[in-house]
Design a protein around this ligand. Structure first.
Ligand code: AMP
Ligand code: MG
Length: 393
């Protein structure tokens, strides 16, 4: 049994290969949730011209005229025709080009217009100009290879004039559910059976991370069947996630089968609760996680170990967000041989409170939680009021 930190370190080390991922060029609007496979280098300045930041009047700064003759009206998108001289101004709209001669814009709110002249009714201390290239200059790297493409990145890429983008190809993740008691949702439950929730929650976690899934379905606890399914997925995916069959029961065949298939196992037991029998191995470039069947264990071990590894396969570095909070009540436990992942609720005041949780089969506890508190090995108690960092889930 290895500490969870050691397990994280092993996964980290093994997945930190040089990036040899292939890329593809896709339409910009298909790229949400994908990972940039190219630097985005600007060929333009942003803004591309000195522009007004306000609706108002473009003037020469220091011009102390009582009233300003309006020589033209400049709409956004049009090119100014007149040069501004002392005693003159151009009515200008937000986003419009600054006319030659002018070097400041007085916002409309402190002015009045009368007989073709602008008169000041108040004071505007601001310059109200966005200068050519103040945000971006040609040659600037605006987004780096390996960036996750979210709505702001989509906007930035579009602002560079690009309507397609090079991204890393999506990894394919194989999912196998083992267990002779497992039945698909939509079917009737017979005695002794239980619905397959793991294949669904794992698939959702993979999809949320941004990868594709290849679902091998439910496999009975039968060595030959399990071996056949795993062997098949190893050939067609970059990561295989196996639910169940990793513990010490008479029908927990997965670790033995992985060894038979030539998978190199890097660990088979972690000092984590839930998640003790989690298995991690590699076969050529394929990463394999055997996740304990109890649904909370499956979910948590994916979040803690597999998610970062999957992100690496997608071409980006994922770091979970840890929120700083304060324990609302004391947390106490008797046994301390393993690190304990506690589903907790982190509220808007920054308080952390464990949700009602009966153990690793209690899947219905998870929707109540939005974070995980890690109680380290050897720690019996976390006092009320103490500061903790919880992992957002
Ligand atoms: P195992 O790791 O195969 O020993 O399974 C541990 C527990 O998790 C057992 O109570 C199983 O019935 C349950 N379990 C295993 N697989 C699933 C699954 N796909 N969905 C829901 N529960 C499962
Ligand atoms: Mg089982």
């Amino acid at each position: 049994m290895i500490p969870i930190e050691e397990a994280e370190r092993i996964v980290d080390e093994i997945t930190r290969q040089p990036n040899t991922l292939s890329t593809e060029k896709i339409p910009l609007m298909d790229s949400l949730g994908r990972v940039l496979g190219q630097d985005i280098v600007s060929t333009i300045s942003m803004p591309p011209f000195d522009k007004s930041a306000m609706d108002g009047y473009a003037v020469i700064s220091g011009d102390d005229a009582n009233r300003f003759e309006i020589v033209e009206i400049i709409a956004a998108g049009s090119v100014p025709q007149k040069t501004i001289a002392k005693g003159q101004c151009a009515k200008i709209m937000t986003g419009a080009m600054l006319p030659p001669g002018a070097d400041r814009v007085i916002k409309q709110e402190v002015t009045e217009e009368k007989d073709g002249f602008m008169v000041l009714t108040g004071e505007d201390k601001n310059i109200n100009i966005c200068y050519l290239g103040e945000d971006i200059k040609p040659g600037d790297v605006v987004l780096k290879t390996g960036s996750l493409i979210r709505p702001p990145e989509i906007g930035v890429i579009a602002s560079m004039g690009l309507n397609s983008v090079r991204v890393y190809e999506k990894p394919r993740v194989g999912i196998i559910t083992t267990g002779s008691e497992i039945v698909s949702p939509g079917q009737a439950l017979a005695k002794g059976q239980i619905y397959n929730s793991n294949a669904y929650s794992i698939a959702a976690q993979v999809i949320r991370t941004g990868a594709d899934i290849m679902v091998a379905g439910i496999v009975q606890d039968d060595k030959e069947h399990i071996r056949g399914k795993i062997a098949d997925l190893l050939k067609h995916t970059q990561m295989v996630l196996i639910s169940g069959g990793v513990s010490v029961g008479d029908f927990d065949f997965v670790p033995g089968i992985l060894k038979d298939l030539g998978v190199c196992l890097h660990f088979e037991e972690i000092a984590a609760q839930p998640g003790r029998p989690t298995v991690f191995g590699t076969w050529n470039d394929v990463l394999i996680f055997g996740l304990p069947g109890n649904p909370v264990s499956t979910f948590i071990m994916f979040e803690v170990l597999a998610r970062k590894a999957l992100c690496r396969l997608m071409g980006y570095e994922f770091a979970p967000l840890f929120l700083k909070g304060v324990m609302k009540k004391k947390f106490h436990r008797k046994r301390v041989e393993r690190a304990f992942f506690v589903p907790v609720k982190y509220d808007n005041e920054g308080f952390v409170e464990p949700v009602e949780y009966h153990g690793s089969a209690h899947l219905a506890a998870l929707p109540q939680a939005n974070a995980l508190l890690t109680v380290p090995m050897g720690v019996h108690e976390i006092a009320e009021g103490s500061v903790v960092y919880v992992r957002q889930i």
